[in-house]
Design a protein. Sequence first.
Length: 437
Amino acid sequence: MDAEIYAPGREDLLVESVKNTPKIIARGMGRCYGDSALAGHILSSLKLNCFLRFDEQNGVLDCEAGVTFDDILRTVVPAGWFLPVTPGTKFITVGGAIASDIHGKNHHAAGTFSDHVHWFDLLLANGEIRRCSRTENIGLFRLTCGGMGLTGIILRASFGLEKIESSYIRQESIKAKNLDDIMRLFEDSASWTKTVAWIDCLSKGAKMGRSIMMRGEVAKLSDLRTERQRAQPLQVHKSAMLNVPFNFPSFVLNSFSVKAFNFLYYNKHPNRQVNSIIHYDTFYYPLDIVHNWNRIYGKNGFTQYQFVLPYATSREGLIDIIGLIGKRNMGSFLTVLKLFGKQEENYLRFPMEGYTLAMDFKINKRVWNFLDEMDELVLKYGGRVYLTKDVRMRPETLQAMYPQAGEFREKVHVTDPLEKFSSVQSQRIGIHQKING
């Protein structure tokens, strides 16, 4: 679609852009995969990129909403601090992190990013700016955290950081022979603050769900092994060194190449367990090392599908869903399994206590019908799909997966009766009326 993009560098210009535009949505780095930051008029936050205050003693950062996690890490890591929660890329903005209520490998221990936000300033549809927190404008605070940018424009925010001794992770990589084995590993790893697993979604029979768990903790100074690590214990990440220069031919990614990759990846370490000390960039952001990695999916690109199932139905549900993936030969190189901890329900908030699986699927003629089948199974087992990665959910599916969606819609209408803050996604899933033409 065609869109007009505004990128004001001053707050007064931003307010004028909002006042003078009938429909608009905020956009940061554009890493949400779907259409939640797309509209006919888009307000880019990337020029709102100033740090306002860094309390190095207590680990509190105040900054504008367009500051990226990449910027933050380069600033706070040398001072012995880290992001409290981070997804699998550092190329996102603070405003986007709040609007998507992002989660990471430490959800069971630290919750979502919004759980660490002290306050944010929100520009409303009428031009008013309100400070929102857990004690001030509480309703707007809760609506905006995970609200997909539909309550207003986040201008700046304050949040807490995690204290670290080093910028390295003490990691244990452990092979799991099947789904039961990896689920036992997750449960046995509850005391670890960071856990994630790569899973072979095309394995069948006794090998269904074979995986490699990566569990980690921030390395202490006494854990560091090499002279380089000990000499620079708070080393920040480097810029990406590799690049995919062109779109891969469509035939490169198919069920055979995915199966071959999965076999090689699972068997790259002959031992069941491998212990290592790795940099945070390798642990958290392996894909950030390669520019334009998405080009391996060809010119049609890919879509990411992430769902969560309640703990009680996770095993049975995952068996059925992985079975469907294998039956349809819709394998993914990047299939990630995590275990969420307890989480308070909040309108469109995604996490719930249970297992979450994220997969990348190459876009082709079969993928949309297949994802409809996936939705049916996710609903059958009481789960839901992550809106930040959604590009095709129907209104009735949203309501079934998010019981508080109707209440969210009503409360947003009170704060924005003319639906100024509206996206392609919000119209598609029925939060807002669809605009024709």
